[in-house]
Design a protein around this ligand. Structure first.
Ligand code: PLP
Length: 437
């Protein structure tokens, strides 16, 4: 054990909350941990001890690998020039960017000329859909799914307001998509099919190779959001048959604020950001050299860690999921168990509010989330779980735990016990989900 997970008694069992104290999870924390203040501030010792954190939220973001930081450092210190400059200073940077482009291309089986850097996965998704629509202005329809990341869903909703017709394909109770539904949704007016490879909340995989085949047969452009898949699964753009594929640095042990997009050599592309001739005129703006170098290095490391995700990380996830569901009554795994990422589990705890549970876990140093990190500060229930199990209204009783290469068995065993005790404590204080406060 890491030595910081407190004894079971920290979750004061049997303490009942009065109705008015149930009006917020902060109040529950106060009741459970007398002597602490709410909201916690920077001086709170528990929040400061990052080295003691059990980080189980790798689908939200990943820690920067030391090798990545080391590769970036020269470009934050001595190599600070502008890559567009004609003197040597510039050409050195251009070579470094070219190397990073090659590293990202190798991760996904593309040629370097088909990869360009963006500011994030969100931008890559927006740029791909935008490019497909611009290429065929007469085609006013988009096919996507109800469980995409908000960067695709919110762009599609904005496009609907501009008069585009969007089909949001349903998924079944396990989060799986039927290829037949895609076939019947495509019409003569479909400009692009945009579907994710791996779901960020449940890890459930879509059959991207089959989707690629369908799109090719029907002559429709295919955009694949591979932000969660890359680095966790082998990704080969030729096999997938995607015209566009999105990636982001911060899921690859590289920094936030850099992404990449693959654009197949024959696929149409017009930039989202108009500006200088950077990135071959496909994305204006002076390149963020250090972050690009970091993403390149992250992609390089990810090629080696794919096997670890398939083996060791998958075993840790199985241990975590098995341990929790065995020890916690009325817990249920959301998402198809066979067809999903090896690192992710999404578990509902009947009658337990996920935001309260997450706060208790945070207090014990276990980092998890209730779904997409981008929506963590919204009150919205999960659109992914709502699409899978409409009768739950998008459960507020589920948490996502996502393992990564830095986790180990000791952490997983600690996390199992912590989740068990936290759920038990919340059930005992009657912190039911869906309260009226
Ligand atoms: N697509 C998926 C599936 C994601 O999980 C995320 C981020 O979590 C994104 C896109 C957006 O990536 P970024 O945070 O780099 O904008």
């Amino acid at each position: 054990m890491r030595g910081r997970i407190g004894p079971a008694s920290r979750f004061r069992r049997g303490r009942r909350l009065s109705t008015d104290t149930r009006c917020g999870v902060g109040a529950v924390l106060l009741t459970l941990w007398p002597g602490r203040t709410w909201p916690p501030d920077a001086t709170d010792a528990n929040l400061g001890r990052l080295s003691n954190v059990i980080y189980l939220d790798h689908n939200a973001t990943t820690p920067i690998a030391p090798e990545v930081l080391e590769a970036m450092m020269p470009f934050l210190t001595t190599e600070w020039g502008n890559p567009s400059s004609s003197y040597r200073f510039g050409s050195n940077l251009r070579s470094a960017i070219a190397r990073a482009r090659g590293q990202v291309a190798s991760l996904i089986g593309a040629s370097p000329s088909e990869v360009f850097f963006t500011g994030c996965g969100t931008e890559s998704n927006n740029a791909a859909i935008n490019a497909a629509l611009k290429a065929a202005p007469e085609k006013r329809e988009i096919v996507t799914s109800a469980v995409e990341h908000s960067s695709v869903l919110n762009q599609c909703m904005a496009l609907e307001r501009e008069g585009y017709r969007v089909t949001y394909l349903p998924v079944d109770r396990n989060g799986l998509l039927r290829v037949a539904d895609i076939e019947s949704a495509i019409t003569q007016r479909t400009a692009v099919v945009s579907l994710m490879w791996a779901n960020n909340e449940t890890g459930v995989l879509f059959p991207v190779e089959m989707i690629g085949c369908v799109c090719r047969e029907r002559g429709v452009l295919f955009h694949c959001d591979a932000v969660q898949a890359a680095g966790k699964l082998p990704v080969d753009v030729r096999q997938v048959g995607a015209d566009y594929l999105s990636l982001t640095g911060h899921k690859l042990n590289a920094p936030k604020g850099v992404g990449a997009i693959y654009v197949r050599r024959t696929a149409p592309f017009s930039p989202l950001l108009h500006g200088g001739h950077q990135e071959g005129g496909r994305r204006g703006g002076t390149e963020n050299v250090a972050l690009i170098i970091g993403m390149g290095k992250g992609a390089d490391l990810a090629r080696a860690s794919v096997a670890e995700y398939a083996g060791r990380v998958r075993s840790l996830r199985d241990m975590l999921e098995g341990g929790i569901t065995e020890r916690v009554p009325d817990s249920e795994v959301n998402g198809d168990k066979a067809f999903r990422l090896g690192n992710t589990t999404n578990i509902s705890f009947k009658g337990v509010a996920s935001d309260a549970l997450l706060l208790l876990l945070d207090g014990e140093g276990v980092c998890a989330s209730s779904g997409s990190a981008c929506l963590a500060d919204s009150d919205e229930p999960s659109h992914v779980l709502r699409a899978m199990k409409p009768e739950t209204g998008g459960s507020r009783e589920a948490i996502r735990l996502s393992c990564g290469i830095t986790n180990n068995e000791v952490e997983i065993q600690s996390a199992i016990v912590t989740v068990e005790l936290a759920v038990q404590a919340l059930r005992e204080v009657g912190m039911a989900s869906g309260g009226t406060c």
